[in-house]
Design a protein around this ligand. Structure first.
Ligand SMILES: NC(=O)C1=CN([C@@H]2O[C@H](COP(=O)(O)OP(=O)(O)OC[C@H]3O[C@@H](n4cnc5c(N)ncnc54)[C@H](OP(=O)(O)O)[C@@H]3O)[C@@H](O)[C@H]2O)C=CC1
Ligand SMILES: O=C(O)CCC(=O)C(=O)O
Length: 485
């Protein structure tokens, strides 16, 4: 028996440009500020290569379902192409192309040496058993590999909405099984479990990157004056849409720094508490109960728009594209929208927000933390060595010597010279996680700074500024001869 799929509610009912058209609209606007030749812009804009196929899945009950599956390699100006893998009933080719295009721009925005790619399968992964998910994922990886869309040199998938470490491990293992002589086979996916070549910090990296990005704006006098907020994260209030990988981790780090999470919007229920919600407590509840219904420490709200319309300082859309659009942007009472998701604000949504003096922090900058730590994992896999292994003990000894010298000079005991936790940290050397966080913070803060400079210099919003910086960087690394100019 063959079964067909039903699509879940998305924002497809909105009468606005689709996701791919949205990215093209922003691209065309930004293009005007680049001074680049039209041929170069055309070369960058178009998707290089796409794969679409239908893959069968043998279900546990003996039936077979068929799933449309895709991978788009938007740009080969740098290789490999890099980008996530989306499992959702709403996946289609234009969506995957839009996401791949954003990956090209995102990698350039934060200066990572990748072209953009993205893949996905039209499937409700939550309705599958683990064995079914494994069969589907391995078949997908096999087909990608056969067709040149999976390899450490050409195309390296990571996780995205609906996928995580387990899928990345299955895909890598499938590739390695078919290419046992490829020394770098383990680098064919990122976001893997640590024991299988992953890197500490990838799980939380996108949310942590959102945190670093938000911090760089909330602590900047110029931007806070513009929107009428005081500087700092402590005491600022947040509403988060989507409480998966990105939304939860962003909330976790903001809460840890003294931010107040007032509301969380999920697609089957929402919660709100004006005194703040502990994101870890809420996450535990969600994991156990699969919905916020019955959560005792906050008001349960049925309608997403009811939560969007509440007062807060920052809204973080971290679910799907086109969430903030012409129908609801006018409801938002926040001062800042920080985009954790890809493409959460439509051009009309952005126009309305800007009219209401809301500062929009764009996706390609704010959510670049995930692919940044994927880059660290990729480099670790190619190097076949843990980051910092060679210098860890040397660094620890050097710090110990410095502490002992200071103690001697000041006539102190080493314990008094540098107290407690700090001394332990200095004298054990940097862990892999320390290095990942440090590298991520560096890359995020530098990219934010570059985007601010371009925005102020050109008098354009931050999204256009981020696009302009990306386009110029892509131009710089595109050999003119390769496109016949
Ligand atoms: N994971 C990553 O490293 C990166 C992800 N992103 C982007 O961030 C966004 C979220 O990805 P990620 O956190 O990984 O995905 P997850 O699948 O981990 O989480 C998404 C969450 O959003 C919920 N959701 C889905 N649709 C809606 C909706 N219409 N309204 C409210 N909530 C909804 C999902 O609920 P349910 O599970 O019930 O469907 C889920 O809880 C995507 O746009 C993704 O492309 C960007 C950069 C990197
Ligand atoms: O780490 C990766 O390659 C996935 C990143 C991604 O899909 C994204 O940034 O949207």
């Amino acid at each position: 028996m063959i079964r067909h799929l039903t699509r879940r509610m998305s924002h497809s009912h909105i009468n606005e440009p689709n996701f791919l058209q949205m990215v093209n609209i922003f691209f065309d606007k930004a293009s005007q500020y680049t001074g680049m030749r039209p041929e170069m812009l055309e070369q960058i804009k178009n998707t290089d290569t796409v794969l679409q196929m239908t893959i069968p899945l043998a279900r546990d009950d003996g039936t077979i379902t068929f799933h449309r599956a895709y991978r788009a390699q938007h740009s080969h100006h740098k290789l490999p192409c890099k980008g996530g893998t989306r499992y959702s009933p709403n996946v289609d080719l234009p969506e995957i192309e839009a996401l791949a295009f954003l990956m090209t721009l995102k990698c350039a925005c934060v200066n990572l040496p990748f072209g953009g790619g993205k893949g996905g399968i039209e499937v409700d992964a939550k309705a599958l058993s683990e064995a079914e998910r494994e069969r589907l994922t391995r078949r997908y990886a096999l087909e990608l590999g056969k067709k040149g869309f999976l390899s450490p040199a050409i195309d390296v998938p990571g996780p995205d909405l609906g996928t995580g470490e387990q899928e990345m491990a299955w895909m890598m293992d499938t590739f390695v099984s078919h290419h046992p002589k490829n020394l770098n086979g383990i680098a064919t996916t990122t976001g893997k479990p640590i024991e299988l070549g992953g890197i500490p910090g990838r799980a939380e990296s996108t949310g942590l990157g959102v945190f670093y990005g938000v911090r760089e704006f909330l602590t900047d006098n110029y931007y806070m004056e513009k929107v009428g907020l005081s500087t700092g994260i402590a005491g600022k209030t947040f509403i988060v849409q989507g409480f998966g990988n990105v939304g939860y981790w962003a909330a976790h780090f903001l809460h840890k720094e003294g931010g107040k999470i007032l509301g969380v919007i999920e697609h089957n229920s929402c919660v709100f508490n004006e005194n703040g919600i502990d994101p870890d407590d809420l996450k535990n509840f969600l994991v156990q109960r699969k919905s916020f219904n019955g959560y005792p420490k906050a008001e349960i709200v049925k309608d997403q728009n009811d939560v969007y319309a509440r007062e807060c300082d920052v809204v973080i859309p971290a679910a799907i594209e086109r969430s903030i659009n012409g129908t609801n942007a006018g409801l938002l009472k926040c001062k800042v929208v920080a985009e954790g998701a890809n493409g959460p604000t439509t051009p009309l949504g952005q126009e309305i927000l800007e009219k209401n003096n809301v500062l929009v922090l764009p996706d390609l900058l704010m959510n670049a933390g995930g692919v940044t730590v994927s880059y660290f994992e990729y480099v670790k896999n190619l190097g076949h060595i843990k980051p910092g292994l060679l210098t860890k003990r040397w660094g620890a000894k050097r710090n110990q010597n410095i502490i002992e010298t200071i103690a001697k000079l000041k006539n102190l005991d080493t314990k008094e010279a540098v107290a407690g936790l700090k001394r332990v940290q200095y004298t054990t050397g940097a862990s892999e996680l320390n290095l990942v966080y440090s590298g991520l913070e560096q890359i995020m803060t530098e990219a934010v700074q570059e985007t601010k400079v371009t925005s102020q210099k050109l008098g354009v919003n931050l999204r256009i500024a981020a696009y302009v910086n990306s386009l110029k960087r892509i131009q710089d690394s595109t050999l003119e001869g390769t496109i016949g100019l």
